[in-house]
Design a protein around this ligand. Structure first.
Ligand SMILES: [Zn+2]
Length: 430
């Protein structure tokens, strides 16, 4: 017994020491693999589900698509075998994933003044929250910052509201619910900043005639873990088994939680160590519960719910757990297309618009389906922003020089989205 206890204490000491280290990816190879047949799809799916040393930045979904995988040096030989055996067509994006990570977070010239952001780097949760508080002090007449809850590790979940006029209909933006998708949080603050300071009449129209509710960092524990410990982290940080931490918060919402689609695909995992673990029950995570509490009290204000992610150049709408079409499918398609056209006009990036299950993959318990299916918010989209494109293959490690180009095109898409929504009868009672 005593021995066991000392082993346990020893293990805890080791664990604590290891936990404090920042994971490095020196000489890890980063590949994009074309999926050309069913066998390749099966092999890659199996690899993504059973192996804890391969990291899939972009999971294998269907034949004709591609998957991004990060391969550690000790698996090079194994990976070569797979490539040969299954005739995988691979593109080497980087022979040193650590270099991508280093390029993404260059040493700042000077420490940012607290409350001062310029979208040339990715800021910490605290820096973003200080900026929000400063906005509230500067514009108390129309900016409100509210703590809607706390994360598992006790970080504040801050929601900022911009409202310049009474009786505006509203848009909800949930940023960075997936920890490693940093561009999604940076874009949500970029959009807010433009709504406040842009002199463009179309942006001023959005700021004056729509209310905005934005949570820039919806999963602050995961985001900080991704910044400080493991760049590839996706989930929350609550302990979920002896071995693993974290629930996929975008599989943890209540609407059709862990529900299989027509082909029996769950679109989430029951395995605690999986990157898409749905949790022990709906809203098991304080982060998703906080959003749910807020939506339960405020759902009637919203015409649009937006969940920001990366990376695929897509605008997805309900549903993820079934290919059955939603009642206002055509509105979602037309409004999404109008948004994607405006986005394309900025810098030539073409987004695909369509329902999640048909366009990307089966996914259950996702926030945008919950907003639409449970709270009946009439329009709901998941954005999959920049990562791989003509500008380079970066995956979710998108260098900070792309924050502003990505922000500009997403902002333009919101103009197209609201204008088309109004034409189709949304945003009434203004
Ligand atoms: Zn995501």
């Amino acid at each position: 017994m005593e021995l066991n206890l000392s082993i346990l204490i020893f293990a805890l000491v080791i664990f604590t020491a290891v936990g404090a280290e920042k994971a490095r990816f020196d000489n890890y190879h980063y590949y994009t693999i074309s999926i050309e047949n069913e066998l390749q799809l099966r092999v890659l799916r199996e690899l993504s589900e059973v192996s804890d040393s391969y990291t899939f930045a972009d999971p294998p979904t269907y034949v004709g698509s591609s998957a991004d995988v990060i391969v550690p040096p000790h698996q090079f030989a194994h990976f070569s075998e797979l490539v040969e055996k299954f005739n995988l067509q691979t593109t080497l994006n980087s022979d040193n994933f650590q270099k991508l990570v280093d390029n993404e977070s260059p040493k700042r010239q000077r420490k940012a003044d607290l409350g001062d952001m310029d979208w040339t780097s990715y800021y910490s949760t605290v820096e973003i929250h200080v900026w929000l508080d400063k906005l509230q002090q500067t514009f108390p007449q129309y900016i409100t910052v509210e703590e809607i809850g706390k994360s598992f590790e006790g970080r504040s979940l801050k929601l900022v509201k911009l409202s310049k006029k009474q009786n505006n209909r509203a848009i909800f933006i949930e940023g960075n619910i997936h920890a490693r998708e940093w561009i999604s949080g940076a874009t949500s603050t970029y959009v807010l900043n433009e709504l406040l300071f842009s002199s463009d009449p179309e942006i001023q129209d959005l700021a004056n005639n729509v209310d905005w509710y934005i949570i820039p960092i919806s999963n602050p524990d995961g985001y900080e873990f991704s910044r400080n410990s493991n760049r590839n982290w996706r989930k929350t940080r609550s302990p979920v088994s002896t071995l693993c931490n974290g629930v996929d918060p975008n599989r943890n919402f209540g609407f059709n939680w862990l529900t299989a689609d027509e082909s029996g695909n769950l679109g989430a995992s029951r395995l605690p160590c999986s990157d898409t673990f749905a949790g022990s029950r709906p809203f098991s995570e304080p982060e998703t519960q906080a959003i749910e509490n807020f939506l339960s009290q405020n759902y009637a204000k919203f015409d649009i719910y937006l969940s920001f992610h990366s990376f695929a150049h897509m605008m997805l709408f309900p549903f993820g757990h079934t290919s059955v079409r939603i009642p206002n499918f055509n509105d979602h398609l037309n409004i999404g297309q109008a948004a994607a056209d405006r986005l394309f006009a900025v810098d030539g990036v073409r987004y695909t618009v369509g329902p999640t299950r048909e366009t990307l993959y089966a996914a259950s318990g996702v926030s945008s389906d919950h907003a639409y299916g449970h709270h009946r918010i009439p329009l709901s989209y998941t954005y999959e922003m920049r990562g791989n494109g003509d500008y380079g293959n970066h995956g979710f490690v998108l260098p900070p020089e792309f924050i502003i180009p990505n922000g500009k095109e997403v902002l333009a898409s919101l103009v197209g989205m609201v204008q088309k929504s109004r034409q189709l009868g949304y945003f009434k009672n203004q």
